[in-house]
Unconditional design. Structure first.
Length: 258
C-alpha cells in the first residue's frame, strides 16, 4: 500500500533528508586519490552518529557497512573496503540516514581528481536523467511517465538504463511502495498524488544495460565493464508540484501552467 504522509511525517522526512544531504556534501572534500572506500564509510558513519541518527544500510538485510561506495563499472551496492580510489575514477556514494524514525536517501557520483571524457559523459547523463525525472513527477501524472522520460533521455545520449533496480517509496520504512521504474512500463497505472514521498535514482550505463552480481552477493557491476553512474534524490509530491527533500537548496518543481 502506498503511504500518503501526514504533515507530521513530512516534517520528520524533511529532517532526515536534510541530514542525508548534509552528509553527502560533507564527504565530497574527502573524495580524492589515495583514499580508501572504507575511509569514506567511516567518516560518514561518524558524522551520521554524531548528529543523533543511524546509517540505514548498516546490517540492513546483512549489508555490513554504513554507506554504499560503487566505483567505475560498479553500478550499486558496492561494499566499502580497503580499495583505494585513484585519479580518473568515478565513485557513487549512497547515503541513507535514519533519524527519529524516518529514513532519508540520496546519492551522488563524484569524480576522483580530474575527470576523464567517459566519466564526465556518464556522470552528466545520469544527473540529467534524474533532473528530467523529477521535472515530470507531478501530482495527477502517471508514475510511468517518470521512467519513460528517463529512458528516452538516456537513449538519446547513447547510454542505457539498468532495469533490475528502481526507486522506491520511503518513510518509516527504508523501502516502501511504490516501485519507481526508470524505464517505461505501460502496465504501471500508479497515479502520483500529493503526500507521496519516493526516491528517483536512475542507474545509467555508458554501455549496455546488462548487469552481473559479484561473489559478495551485494556489489552489482556492468556485464560489459562499461562505466556506470547514478544520482538520487528523495522527493515529496505537493499540491503545487514536488519538493526535493534531499536538496539543501530546497528545490521545488511547480506544476506547469495549463
Amino acid at each position: 500500500m502506498i503511504q500518503i504522509k501526514s504533515e507530521e511525517e513530512i516534517e520528520g522526512m524533511r529532517a532526515t533528508c536534510r541530514l542525508a544531504a548534509e552528509t553527502l556534501v560533507m564527504i565530497e572534500s574527502h573524495v580524492k586519490p589515495g583514499v580508501t572506500t572504507l575511509d569514506l564509510n567511516d567518516i560518514c558513519h561518524d558524522y551520521i552518529i554524531s548528529h543523533g541518527a543511524q546509517p540505514s544500510p548498516l546490517n540492513y538485510r546483512g549489508f555490513p557497512k554504513s554507506i554504499c561506495t560503487s566505483v567505475n563499472q560498479q553500478i550499486c551496492h558496492g561494499i566499502p573496503s580497503e580499495r583505494v580510489i585513484r585519479e580518473g575514477d568515478i565513485i557513487n556514494i549512497d547515503i541513507t540516514t535514519y533519524l527519529n524514525g524516518f529514513h532519508g536517501d540520496t546519492s551522488k557520483t563524484f569524480h576522483v581528481g580530474a575527470p576523464t571524457p567517459k566519466g564526465e559523459k556518464v556522470r552528466r547523463v545520469a544527473l540529467s536523467c534524474l533532473e528530467a525525472g523529477i521535472a515530470v513527477a507531478l501530482p495527477g501524472t502517471l508514475l510511468r511517465v517518470v521512467g519513460a522520460t528517463i529512458e528516452a533521455l538516456a537513449k538519446k545520449n547513447r547510454c542505457s538504463v539498468v532495469r533490475e533496480y528502481c526507486g522506491h517509496g520511503i518513510g518509516r520504512e527504508f523501502h516502501e511502495e511504490p516501485a519507481v521504474l526508470h524505464y517505461e512500463d505501460k502496465r504501471d497505472q500508479v497515479m502520483i498524488r500529493p503526500g507521496m514521498i519516493f526516491t528517483i535514482e536512475p542507474m545509467i550505463n555508458l554501455g549496455k544495460p546488462a548487469i552481473k552480481h559479484m561473489p559478495d552477493n551485494w556489489t552489482v557491476v556492468t556485464k560489459d565493464h562499461s562505466l556506470s553512474a547514478q544520482f538520487e534524490h528523495t522527493i515529496l509530491i505537493t499540491e503545487a508540484g514536488n519538493e526535493v527533500l534531499t536538496d539543501l537548496a530546497g528545490t521545488k518543481t511547480p506544476l506547469k501552467p495549463s
